[in-house]
Design a binder for this molecule. Structure first.
Ligand SMILES: [Zn+2]
Length: 145
């Protein structure tokens, strides 16, 4: 992939993104990488979501035409439909999460846990650019659900 570093006007990079207690401040390069990753994620999850949604629509259309089909067939197509539905829901969630993180980034509100307000931490954001919660809040929420 071409690195767009030629003669572009320097993009405004928010420099106030917090880091964890033992982490070095963000460099412009690291920020650019995370932002690039986020916008790639938005694009690819959106594509996956639309694709899953389309396949789901096709299944639903087919499903409405199955009068007189073998019950076993209907059962397996219900299964397929459920799978497709959870695939679409999952892709949509990832897409919305990445989109939100990208928006926060551009607003300069990125990197702060949306639950407790503590820094999410650089290492975590580099691994999961779409994270909007710190590790402990995330774990607490997962335990609850
Ligand atoms: Zn938190």
């Amino acid at each position: 992939m071409a690195a767009g570093s030629t003669g572009d006007k320097q993009r405004h990079m928010p420099s106030n993104i917090p880091v964890g207690p033992s982490e070095d401040p963000w460099t412009a390069e690291e920020l650019a990488e995370v932002r690039q990753q986020l916008s790639d994620d938005v694009a690819s999850f959106q594509r996956k979501y639309q694709q899953a949604q389309q396949e789901l629509n096709e299944l639903l259309t087919e499903g409405s035409e199955v009068t007189g089909r073998d019950p076993a067939d209907v059962g397996s197509s219900n299964f397929e439909r459920d799978q497709e539905m959870s695939l679409a829901a999952n892709a949509r969630q990832l897409f919305e999460q990445s989109e939100l993180a990208l928006k926060l980034f551009d607003q300069g509100d990125y990197g702060t846990c949306e639950v407790c307000g503590q820094p999410i931490g650089k290492a975590r954001l580099q691994a999961f650019p779409r994270a909007t919660m710190c590790v402990s809040c995330k774990q607490r929420r997962e335990r609850r659900s």
